[in-house]
Design a binder for this molecule. Structure first.
Ligand SMILES: *Cc1c(COP(=O)(O)O)cnc(C)c1O
Length: 446
């Protein structure tokens, strides 16, 4: 057996944590979760926290949800995993059909994987091979500055966050980069607006007009979340779709963060009536229970891979756990809970409440910007409000504020100095207010 102290020691001794400076981690108090219930997480010391980042943006209906638990247990009593390389399983079939039904029309085929980054890798490879199968050799991708699509090398190639991606530059394939819409609009117009949207689309059109080797343009849906919650101007996604159709290049939309209700609709694409060639899903797909991701695509893409076996047109890609039975079973249950609990209907007033309450944060002396799309929000901290001067990176101001919130039972993880709010969709108004009051108090303490 082990006591808490031993656990803490072993955590620091053996476990290399993701996106974590381990020197700093080893100097600080561990936070080791033991169980969850609804929006609450309990650590080994019995402390309770509201999971205000949905366990990294993936929890939807709360932890330890009876229906989601039951789906896994029932599937587990049949079989945990069987390969889908050339054979199939029941939950994976049912889920594929269901995903097609709830996604933008035209997306009729589902390719599974385990993480968001893989869903993007698959879109990259499918898009690239699509043109080759059609006898065209295209190689270039258009991406956005400040984009984030995950941490594997293909996804990093499409990414544009220097802090995360700069180190690996020599290992990546080159892309043509458009400016990040939010930063572009802020610098030129001071806000998101119709004019800046049109100007961005004009830049894109110039590129598309001048080149015939573009495979696809990739972008996140409506907001660049990992870059610090940077929303697009409304209509940008739709404008991009129109141009990709006009110039016949493919469009990859990454809904890994925005999918499954986070922006107020099941997928953000639906708010702008966009149906891309590829839609990448992850995070909330299993309600935050098990690793599963999916790349949805069209019949046209699918059909370009059909041929006799010897023609070598098929997609030579798969993972050991592709279409895992347990993950697909809980993903199906996740979608049923959306219907049974009217999750999206109930979310509407919560989004309005969040918008209203975020207004209060403008008054705080160290809040430089506030950004929101649906139930996703970011509050940017600055050292000097007037000049917009940032805190030095090494000071970890965002983390200090997040740690302070723990004192009042709120679990947050910032992006640099942007305080991210990504609460489980099921959160009550009361708990939401506790999160907001606590965050306000912590920012005031700066
Ligand atoms: C989190 C995220 C990814 C990567 O997903 P993983 O499951 O962490 O690999 C990709 N795209 C977006 C927009 C994300 O937010």
């Amino acid at each position: 057996m082990f006591d808490i102290e031993t656990l803490e020691k072993w955590d620091k001794e053996y476990f290399w944590h993701p996106f974590t400076q381990m020197k700093v981690y080893r100097e600080e108090e561990n936070l080791i979760f033991e169980r969850g219930e609804g929006v609450y997480l309990y650590d080994v010391k019995g402390r309770r926290f509201i999971d205000a980042i949905s366990s990294l943006w993936c929890n939807v209906h709360g932890h330890n949800h009876p229906k989601l638990n039951r789906a896994i247990i029932e599937q587990l009593q049949k079989v945990a995993h069987t390969t889908t390389l050339g054979s199939s399983n029941i939950p994976a079939i049912l889920l594929a059909k269901k995903l097609v039904e709830i996604s933008p029309s035209g997306l009729n085929k589902v390719f599974y994987s385990e993480d968001g980054a893989e869903a993007v890798e698959i879109a990259i490879k499918l898009a690239y091979q699509y043109w080759r199968n059609r006898g065209e050799k295209r190689k270039a991708f258009i991406t956005l500055s400040e984009a984030y699509h995950g941490d594997t090398l293909g996804a990093v190639s499409l990414g544009g966050i220097d802090l995360f991606h700069g180190t690996y530059k020599d290992l990546l394939f080159e892309t043509i980069k458009l400016p990040s819409p939010y930063i572009f609009c802020k610098e030129k117009y001071g806000k998101l607006c119709e004019e800046c949207k049109d100007e961005l689309l004009h830049i894109l059109e110039e590129i598309l007009r001048s080149r015939d080797d573009i495979v696809a343009i990739s972008l996140e849906a409506g907001i660049q979340a990992a870059a610090g919650m940077l929303p697009f101007p409304r209509g940008f996604l739709k404008g991009v779709r129109e141009l990709t159709k006009k110039y016949q290049v493919l469009m990859i939309v990454d809904e890994v963060a925005t999918g499954f209700g986070r922006t107020g609709s099941m997928f953000y694409c639906q708010q702008e009536e966009v149906s891309p060639d590829f839609m990448c899903l992850g995070k909330g797909i299993t309600g935050g229970y098990l690793p599963l991701a999916a790349t949805l695509t069209t019949d046209e893409i699918f059909e370009a891979f059909l041929g006799e076996f010897g023609e070598l047109k098929h997609f030579y890609h798969g993972h050991t756990y592709t279409g895992n039975n347990l993950a697909c079973a809980v993903a199906l249950a996740n979608l049923e809970v959306f219907e049974e609990e009217k999750t999206l209907e109930n979310l509407k007033p919560k989004i309005e409440h969040l918008t209203k309450r975020l207004e209060e944060f403008w008054e705080l002396p160290h809040v430089g910007d506030i950004r929101q799309l649906g139930f996703m929000a970011g509050i940017e901290l600055v050292k000097d409000k007037k000049s917009g001067e940032k805190y030095p990176y090494g000071e970890r101001t965002g983390f200090k504020v997040a740690y302070k919130c723990r004192e009042r039972g709120v679990f947050l993880r910032p992006l640099g100095d942007v305080m991210v709010l990504m609460m489980p969709l099921v959160i009550s108004f009361e708990d939401m207010d506790h999160v907001l009051n606590t965050l306000k108090w912590a920012i005031e303490s700066l």
